[in-house]
Ligand binder design. Structure first.
Ligand SMILES: Nc1ncnc2c1ncn2[C@@H]1O[C@H](COP(=O)(O)OP(=O)(O)OP(=O)(O)O)[C@@H](O)[C@H]1O
Ligand SMILES: Nc1nc2c(c(=O)[nH]1)N=C(CO)CN2
Length: 175
């Protein structure tokens, strides 16, 4: 029923193991996996760097809401604890639903605070756009246009150089 773009990130504990666990838990729905990128913390600088990646997922039985449920189940499995005082603070595993499309390619657009689509900060985040562009260069972020152009916007371009591909780290070896 839907395909989605998921962003995964971690900067606490064994970050590579947390990211790999998310790929494993999402299972057969995962159709493409980006490389692993080391990224400076965004939004709250007093924390360690993150490892980030992007997953393209597809499941004809899944609704948009199912992707959020699956994302949160992955976070819970890796012991994610929310600190109410640090909105963008450190975490074992963060899985965000960046964008969802119906089978016919129609983007799902929703302002619901429980599942806002597309993700309301994705267009500002080099740690999302760089790995996404690497696996799907022609992609568009609904409402914001081609992601290739978003990489050139001033807010994002300033952060792109800090997003470092880590070819020594792979998410696909656990498949
Ligand atoms: N597109 C989305 N993807 C994931 N969570 C979302 C989305 N839209 C709304 N939410 C809601 O955001 C709430 C907070 O999620 P979370 O704690 O993962 O935020 P965060 O990762 O700290 O910040 P950010 O969403 O900016 O990455 C969740 O309870 C979830 O219901
Ligand atoms: N580099 C980077 N910074 C972040 C990340 C993330 O995944 N990577 N996730 C956050 C959650 O809101 C806040 N800041």
């Amino acid at each position: 029923m839907t395909a989605a773009v998921l962003s995964i990130g971690s900067n606490l504990g064994d970050s590579l193991a947390h990211l790999r666990a998310a790929v494993g838990q999402l299972g057969a729905a995962v159709v493409r996996v980006s490389g692993v990128y080391q990224t400076p913390p965004w939004g709250d600088s007093a924390q360690p760097p993150y490892l980030n990646a992007v997953l393209l997922v597809d499941d004809r039985t899944a609704t948009a809401r199912d992707w959020l449920t699956r994302a949160q189940a992955c976070e819970a499995a890796r012991g994610r604890v929310r600190d109410p005082d640090r909105r963008f603070g450190p975490r074992t595993l963060d899985v965000d639903v960046i964008a969802v499309r119906e089978d016919d390619g129609t983007p799902v657009v929703d302002a619901d605070p429980e599942l806002t689509l597309p993700h309301p900060r994705a267009h500002l985040r080099a740690f999302v756009l760089v790995p996404w562009h690497a696996v799907q260069p022609e992609a568009e972020l609904p409402g914001h246009g081609p992601i290739a152009a978003l990489l050139d916007t001033p807010e994002v371009a300033a952060d792109v150089a800090g997003v470092t591909h880590r070819p020594d780290l792979s998410l696909e070896s656990m498949e």
